[in-house]
Design a protein around this ligand. Sequence first.
Ligand code: URA
Length: 190
Amino acid sequence: MGKKLTKQQKQLELGKIAKEIEKCKICKIDKVGMAVPGEGNPDADIMFIGEAPGKKEAATGRPFIGRAGKLLRSLINEAGLKEEDVFITSPVKYLPIYITPKPSDIEHGRTHLNEQIAIIEPKIIVLLGNTACLAVLKEKCFIAKDHGKIIEKGGRKYLIAYHPAAPLYSPKLRDEIKKDFEKLKKIIKE
Ligand code: URA
């Protein structure tokens, strides 16, 4: 095991990855807008992983600032966390022209994402939806069945949750995503 990085060193390393993403030609294939590498505490205990930036994110370079982001950020606060204490990102770092990422986008995005995870070393990673599961666990999950599950794999702990865009399309899922975040609150207390 290597020596633990300080928060400052982590910030520096994450900055290098963000620069790599900005220059990455593979990331930009069939994508538009600014790079959205992620934001938050480089030493976060909790990391949230989504799918791909939307239009607002691509216009600003910040993750989860649209309608789904508003819901995510309010759920984070309701779980007793501050946005500046967690790290928020997505496997796909640019807005795909076809909106929903292709398997090749997820496959490539995983390389940058894994580097970010290795630096941050969060205690728990919240996988927001099917794309996040596929990117990080390298296996398909069925979010309607698997959300709320806690998984331990490769020395890391994951919580599977609905993506915050889901209740925007299907309002009855609002209660389900709330339950996922209640579970997160319970894990944090433990
Ligand atoms: N949805 C995501 O999955 N990621 C973002 O950054 C914004 C919306």
